[in-house]
Design a protein around this ligand. Structure first.
Ligand SMILES: [Zn+2]
Length: 258
């Protein structure tokens, strides 16, 4: 039986969104037994090897493949170095698990972050082709580029959660930061490939940084987020403001965005 995460992100490869479904189920106060049963269905087909502490002791990696464990340790340290520049700092160790598949009641996930356990799960690159189906934009990337993008995205969720302390960060702000970091730290040619596959109008409008757009078209949301982030007046200073709660795209607190 798994615990019930207070916040849950499930990055799906297709143009399908799972997170809101989970949060909606929670918000309508389903009985605890139903919620527990639902979350117990989020079943990772886990690696059997013991988790390994990376040389960088801020990360623990759980993977069956020693070479992949080394890759994940190195990637996590490198990603953290980049995120720190944007105020996304780590305050607790993070566990990264590589699994064959993460099953969810609504479908299969590529990756997710569970804030209750400081745990990131990513699926094995060998599964990407099957999981991505018709999402040609990501399917065209080398699998290790996709793995790195997924890891950057989930570690951003983790460090934003940690850096914000006890302050809950609105989901739209979480997804904005994760998408912006994912694309910012991707090699330019791959970022361009994703942008070309999911074009959005320019200049980006803040009103379109919206959780419903993320719900229906996460790829376009990501491109719009990165284009907004990359404007000279935004960048890491904006991410730092999200961390500190001085900036938000959540329409409940910024009705002028509607
Ligand atoms: Zn996300």
């Amino acid at each position: 039986m798994v615990g019930i995460p207070t916040t849950f992100w499930c990055e799906n490869a297709s143009e399908q969104w799972l997170d809101l479904m989970v949060l909606d189920l929670k918000s309508i106060n389903l009985p605890l037994s139903v919620l527990t049963a639902l979350f117990s269905l989020i079943a990772p087909e886990t690696a059997e090897a013991d988790p390994m502490q990376c040389i960088d002791r801020s990360f623990v990696v759980d993977s069956n493949d020693p070479e992949m464990t080394d890759h994940l340790c190195a990637m996590a340290t490198e990603v953290r170095g980049k995120l720190e520049a944007c105020g996304l700092t780590q305050s607790r160790p993070l566990t990264i698990e590589m699994v064959d598949k993460v099953s969810h009641p609504m479908g299969d996930c590529l990756a997710y972050f569970d804030c209750e356990y400081d745990l990131v799960r990513v699926t094995d690159p060998a599964s990407y082709k099957d999981l991505m189906g018709e999402d040609a934009s990501y399917a065209s990337l080398p699998v290790m580029v996709t793995l790195r993008a997924l890891l950057t995205h989930e570690i951003t969720h983790a460090f934003l959660t940690q850096a914000a302390g006890d302050r809950p960060v609105p989901m739209v702000d979480q997804e904005y930061a994760a998408a912006a970091m994912e694309l910012e730290f991707m090699e330019e040619k791959w970022r361009k490939a994703l942008i070309n596959a999911n074009p959005v109008s320019f200049p980006p409008r803040e009103g379109l940084i919206d959780i419903w757009i993320y719900a229906f078209s996460p790829r376009k949301f990501a491109v719009n987020a990165w284009q907004h982030f990359s404007l000279a007046e935004n960048g890491c200073s904006l991410i730092r403001k999200i961390v500190g709660g001085q900036k938000s795209f959540y329409k409940e607190v910024r009705p002028e965005l509607q």
